[in-house]
Design a protein around this ligand. Structure first.
Ligand code: HEC
Length: 128
């Protein structure tokens, strides 16, 4: 009886450990798939294409903002802050009608758009 018990433990424990490791590996893999965005690349895209309107800090106060009839979004406002990454991504991809915020589809790759959303998120969490 005791022998069987010990055998059982020595089989089950490694199996559980392996299963746990596989689960962990899969978990991080799944997360990477879901959110592969890179804020460093996003920052480069932002500085090149977005900063003139949205401002270096994302406050909607870039040098080109004054000349616009529709003010660029201030990413720190709750209105923007509460939007999901998906919503922001859709806006970047398709633009906002009747506003200077045109569609970036074709100019930015899917990856660049995701990276820039991640960077906008980062900006919106930073104080002045
Ligand atoms: C010519 C100026 C201009 C440029 C360049 C520009 N935007 Fe915009 N953006 C705007 C304006 C204006 C709005 C606000 C439209 C509105 O009021 O609905 C806006 C809105 C947005 C929104 C929506 C925010 C919200 O709360 O819904 C996102 C996200 C955004 N811009 C991201 C970007 C990114 C990323 C880039 C660079 C790839 C970029 N913008 C470049 C002018 C610009």
């Amino acid at each position: 009886m005791r022998l069987i018990h010990r055998d059982l433990i020595s089989t089950i424990v490694p199996v559980l450990v392996v299963a746990g490791l596989m689960g962990l590996a899969f978990h991080s893999f799944a997360r990477a798939e879901e959110y592969p965005a890179d804020t460093a690349r996003g920052k480069a895209v932002y500085q090149r294409h977005c900063e003139a309107c949205h401002g270096a800090g994302g406050w909607g106060d870039g040098p080109d903002a004054k000349a616009l009839k529709v003010a660029p979004a201030n990413f720190h406002r709750f209105k923007s802050f509460l939007k999901s990454d998906e919503e922001l991504l859709r806006t970047i991809e398709h633009g906002v009608v009747f506003s200077p915020m045109h569609s970036w589809r074709g100019q930015l790759t899917d990856g660049e758009m995701q990276d820039v959303v991640a960077y906008v998120r980062l900006l919106s969490q930073q104080a002045h």
